[in-house]
Design a protein around this ligand. Structure first.
Ligand SMILES: [Zn+2]
Length: 289
């Protein structure tokens, strides 16, 4: 697990195990807030050891940016904390969490330690604020990657923990391409110093415009490519020819997962456009970002 200080009392963590997934900590004088919980129990526990040991603070709140395993499942390792998330995050974890966890346990015994811990405090529109020492965290819905996505702005520092609303490769398999474009455009106007992506590296102020342009271009490129493929005689063959590079992205992103994720984006979009089951039940864990 990598760790970096983003600004005063704001820390960033990145998994070295799974898809460069990230998490954060905002520390106050008496307690800390954890934002997402990384991929595996050992990483959630390492974050907790940093907060409780190095910072010498208890974790009072855990914020889930969305319900996906690599962001929310480590919440159970902070049993004293109050959990905050989108209303749908709570609903989805309650409805599908146990089943998803059962399948995950068959793939990896480490998940035996996990218990689903859905948010106690939820919201679905507008913003919600949490004051941590001298910092104000403003939480807002940022759907598109998933229906329950939220992002957390550290107001004073203009640092946005975007969750998976912002990624090196936008991923819409469990979400909606138009919603994600709208969300990315909103993020672009926030006047940010840093974007903490849900996976991958921190985006610095000078890189934000370019990243926004690239992500919006990618989403419109896949929309266009899938519509064109749908008109062909063999749409799935046509889809297979749509390379990630032709949509303006590189396959090296996300520790080499990008190409696979790109193919899944195309297939999901094709299903949506051709009117097949719009949303997958529960994406297999190894490709769930
Ligand atoms: Zn996700």
């Amino acid at each position: 697990m990598q760790r970096e200080r983003v600004s005063e009392n704001v820390f960033w963590f990145q998994s070295e195990i799974y898809a460069q997934v990230t998490a954060g900590v905002v520390a106050g004088p008496q307690w800390a807030v954890v934002i997402d919980t990384l991929a595996l129990p050992e990483e959630a526990l390492a974050m907790r050891a940093f907060v409780e040991g190095t910072l010498n603070l208890p974790v009072r709140y855990v914020i889930n940016t969305h319900h996906h395993a690599d962001h929310a499942w480590g919440t159970c390792f902070f049993p004293g904390a109050t959990v905050i998330g989108h209303t749908l995050c709570r609903q989805i974890l309650l409805e599908r969490g146990t089943q998803a966890l059962d399948s995950a346990r068959k793939l990896n015994a480490a998940f035996k330690q996990i218990k689903i811990a859905p948010p106690h405090i939820t919201f679905d529109e507008g913003t919600m604020s949490l004051r941590v020492g001298k910092k104000t965290l403003t939480m807002m819905a940022t759907p598109g990657h998933s229906r329950d996505g939220i992002s957390i702005l550290v107001d004073e520092d203009r640092v946005l923990f975007a969750g998976d609303a912002f990624l090196p490769l936008p991923y819409i398999v469990d979400g909606d391409v138009d919603e994600l474009s709208t969300t990315i455009k909103r993020i672009a106007k926030m006047g940010l110093e840093n974007i903490i992506q849900g996976h991958g590296d921190i985006i610095l102020r000078g890189e934000i415009d370019q990243s926004v342009r690239e992500n919006l271009a990618y989403l419109s490129a896949i929309r266009k490519a899938v519509r064109a493929a749908a008109r062909r005689k063999n749409p799935l063959d046509a889809l297979a020819e749509v390379s990630i590079e032709s949509c303006g992205k590189s396959r090296v992103y996300l520790g080499g997962l990008a190409k696979d994720l790109h193919i899944r984006n195309l297939k999901a979009l094709y299903k949506q456009i051709s009117g097949e089951a719009a949303r997958p039940q529960q994406p297999a864990l190894e490709v769930e970002l």
